[in-house]
Design a binder for this molecule. Structure first.
Ligand SMILES: [Zn+2]
Length: 340
């Protein structure tokens, strides 16, 4: 089954960090970081419904203005997530402009902003165009399982990294695909019908194998029929469960073991790991002083995590003539050709 998402970096590896994730066949998208967004089309930007900001260094947040500019005049709610202090920073961005005409605008644009203070707690605030983007505090937010957004198709989780300042890494986790083998359903002398949706839902909820499932239907003669099967039996015979895609975004982290552990845990078995490779290992001291990973670090972490693919990015401009070297270093560490 096709994955629900297509992820791509907005800029080339020397450009600002921003990952655009489009939902296949739907006009919905997510952004991870808000660096320079100008390469995106207005149509692509208007499809964005949530942005996850790792931290507010300029190159990760300056694209907020592009997002704001294009959405003025649209009736829409945009969800923004960022680290501790983020609400105040969004407030400051919005306060930089004059909104005297905004109360008369027909379409209201709303930002709901959540800042993450710890793995369990955050706070939220709302900014409405028609209220001239005056801050409206929504109070504390309880966070469970480090999950920021949970929908039937996917969820977004985070890890708090240390970049000198708190910096968030994100994982977009697609739900499992549950496919039905119709011939097996028919072989059990069961109808294809709405009960299959209940069966799939039970599998998504991770219900135990011994859960009884009562199936009701009317046969050709209109007679009511009913049977009971155990979930485990139906799962084994009638379903194939394919794990969903995991897309992980990691950028700006000090190269120390606590960060490494957090990154490996978040990126475990990722299908795609987008990871910063800001410096070459030969400049490891500069990397540590500026709170960044080297290409060798991210390659090693991708290998430790068992990621399937590593896409290194956020290269320092000092290597503008040496992009292949950065890529090669990350690739060697990823495949285990160099000890890291
Ligand atoms: Zn930074």
């Amino acid at each position: 089954m096709n994955p629900h998402f297509q992820a791509r970096l907005v800029n080339e590896p020397f450009g600002d960090p921003a990952l655009y994730v489009a939902f296949t066949f739907r006009r919905r998208a997510l952004l991870f970081d808000l660096g320079d967004l100008r390469p995106l089309s207005p149509r692509e930007i208007l499809a964005v419904e949530a942005a996850f900001v790792s931290h507010t260094h300029l190159d990760h947040f300056c694209g907020f203005d592009t997002l704001l500019r294009l959405h003025i005049g649209r009736e829409k709610t945009l969800a923004l997530f960022g680290p501790a202090g983020f609400i105040g920073q969004v407030e400051a961005k919005l306060a930089a402009y004059t909104w005297n005409l905004a109360p008369s605008f027909e379409a209201d644009l709303v930002f709901t902003v959540t800042e993450i203070e710890s793995d369990e707690a955050g706070r939220a605030a709302e900014f409405r165009l028609r209220e001239r983007f005056a801050r409206r505090d929504l109070g504390p937010v309880v966070i469970k399982d480090r999950t920021l957004v949970a929908e039937p198709d996917f969820r977004v989780r985070f890890a708090i990294l240390d970049h000198g300042v708190p910096c968030l890494a994100f994982a977009l986790e697609e739900s499992r695909h549950v496919n039905v083998w119709r011939n097996e359903v028919e072989a059990l002398d069961l109808p294809v019908g709405p009960w299959l949706a209940d069966l799939k839902a039970a599998v998504h909820r991770d219900e135990p194998d011994d859960l009884p499932l009562r199936i009701h239907w009317r046969d050709e003669t209109g007679e009511h029929r009913e049977r009971e099967h155990l979930l485990g039996e139906l799962r084994r015979r009638c379903l194939s469960v394919v794990p969903g895609q995991r897309i992980v975004y990691v950028t700006d982290a000090l190269p120390h073991e606590a960060n490494f552990r957090a990154i490996v845990e978040l990126a475990k078995d990722a299908d795609f790991l987008f990871g910063e490779a800001t410096f070459l290992a030969e400049d490891a001291e500069v990397a540590a002083a500026r709170g960044h990973l080297t290409a060798c670090d991210i390659g090693t972490l991708a290998r430790r995590a068992g990621a399937s693919r590593l896409i290194p990015f956020h290269f320092s401009p000092r290597y503008s003539e040496r992009a292949e070297e950065v890529e090669a270093e990350a690739g060697r560490a990823f495949t285990g050709e160099t000890a890291g």
